[in-house]
Design a binder for this molecule. Structure first.
Ligand code: FES
Length: 449
């Protein structure tokens, strides 16, 4: 460790003054601080004084800085003697600060000290030619490349007695040197290449129990997209079928354009395939279908008897369309609701009010990718939960807000479990679950009737 003491009188200059350029520079630094705070520029000014005076700060420079900043000389002396970057003794043209702290010591700094003593001489003395001086200092923060030394403003690392001796010789004779590591590496990477952090598992989350989370999330996303697209396709198909059935029903006995077989549209060419009308239409309008076949195809609307024109909207056709819609369309009303008052055929009029259905709001995927555990609803097992998810039901709060008509819509689509939603009162159960309440059993709490 350096001795923080001013150099002896015989090496101290009689006076010190900044050069004109440095005086201007000092004024610029002082101007950066508010009025009355000029003393804040003391360290930059001492640094500039050291640079101007061959790398060390004489007493005269300390006094000149104090005067310029209107400070007591002792205050500047305190600073100059505290910070080790200020050299209080003369230094060589190449000033070697050799790290002697533990990591560097363990890596051979002691041998380097001997080199300094051999090549330069004792610490804090300048070599006879004025080229070199050295000082042991504390850790300079390049321990990973120990041992090392700072020479003027450059670090020289991975030193050995041999390369250090050669380095000092180059400096003394003005030959170019290479700062940084003196071995075959460019920074502080391990010698010979990296040996750690090579395991790919470090980067896929498996080390912290996350498994292959990227693959899992990708699979979940793809599954959600698949479910949504299948659902959309099923809805589109159901809608198309419902529209086709409705069109067939409305066309009446004189219009077979909606028949599945295109040949059926050709007048005068009745084909057996025409009987392959949708089952509902065939059942609901048997006379109409058979009449179309018998008549040999469609007839122009203009030729249809006026009395028969309303037949395209017969009660039978209306009921047929309504039945298809209720069975296949995503959002339908009851057959009874479809039939105008006073025109309802006996069969539609008899439809019970309880069959009214409304499609509830459904989701393409669980919100935030965090579906509720629908199996906590009493009566819902893995199969029903899967069916609900495929339908677009993921959360308790979805079910909790259903109306009876929406409950009926869902109930009608629980293949193999029809009526289960109403029987087990899913709405009441879901209202409780949506509040955060949880049943003691994983099966849920059986609703009390
Ligand atoms: S111990 Fe030498 S640089 Fe840190």
């Amino acid at each position: 460790m350096s001795v923080r003491r001013l150099a002896p009188d015989h090496v101290q200059p009689a006076s010190f003054a900044f050069s004109a350029a440095n005086e201007n520079w000092a004024d610029e630094q002082i101007a950066k601080y508010p009025e009355g705070r000029q003393a804040s520029a003391v360290i930059p000014l001492l640094w500039k004084a050291q640079e101007q005076h061959h790398g060390w700060v004489p007493r005269a420079a300390i006094e000149a800085v104090a005067k310029k900043l209107a400070m007591a000389p002792i205050r500047v002396l305190e600073i100059a003697t505290f910070y080790t970057m200020f050299n209080l003794q003369p230094v060589g043209e190449h000033y070697v600060q050799l790290c002697g702290t533990t990591p560097c010591a363990l890596r051979g700094a002691e041998a380097l000290k001997k080199v300094c003593e051999d090549v330069i001489g004792p610490q804090s003395t300048v070599s006879a030619d004025g080229k070199l001086s050295w000082l042991e200092v504390e850790c300079l923060g390049a321990c990973c490349n120990a041992p090392m030394a700072q020479i003027n403003f450059d670090y020289y690392e991975d030193l050995t007695p041999e390369n250090f001796r050669a380095l000092l010789d180059d400096l003394r004779h003005g030959r170019p040197t290479k700062p940084g590591p003196q071995v075959d590496r460019s920074g502080s990477e391990p010698l010979g290449g990296g040996e750690t952090l090579k395991d790919k598992a470090l980067y896929d989350g498996s080390m912290i129990g996350a498994g292959n989370w990227q693959k899992r999330i990708t699979e979940q996303r793809e599954a959600a997209i698949k479910v949504a697209s299948e659902k959309a396709a099923a809805e589109a198909k159901a809608k198309a079928e419902a529209e086709a059935a409705a069109a067939t029903g409305k066309a009446g006995p004189t219009d077979t354009k909606a028949a599945p077989a295109p040949e059926a549209a050709a007048p005068g060419r009745p084909k057996p395939s025409e009987v392959k009308q949708p089952a509902s239409a065939a059942q609901d309008t048997p006379s109409a279908t058979s009449k179309a076949i018998k008549d040999g195809g469609p007839k122009p609307a203009a030729t249809a008897p006026a009395a028969k024109a309303p037949a395209a909207k017969t009660s039978a056709a209306k009921v047929s369309a309504a039945k298809v819609s209720a069975a296949k369309a995503p959002a339908t009303r009851s057959a009874a609701a479809e039939v105008p008052a006073g025109k309802a055929p006996a069969r539609a009029a008899q439809a019970p009010a309880s069959t009214a259905e409304t499609k509830p709001e459904l989701l393409a995927a669980a919100r935030n990718n965090a579906p509720d555990d629908l199996e906590l609803i009493w009566g819902v097992g893995p199969k029903l939960a899967k069916m609900l998810n495929e339908m677009g039901v993921w959360h308790y709060d979805q079910i909790a807000t259903w109306t009876q008509a929406e409950l009926a819509w869902v109930d009608a689509r629980l293949t193999g479990f029809k009526g289960r939603a109403t029987r087990d009162d899913w709405i009441s159960q879901s209202k409780k679950l949506a509040t955060g309440w949880r049943p003691q059993s994983a099966l849920g709490d059986k609703p009390v009737k």
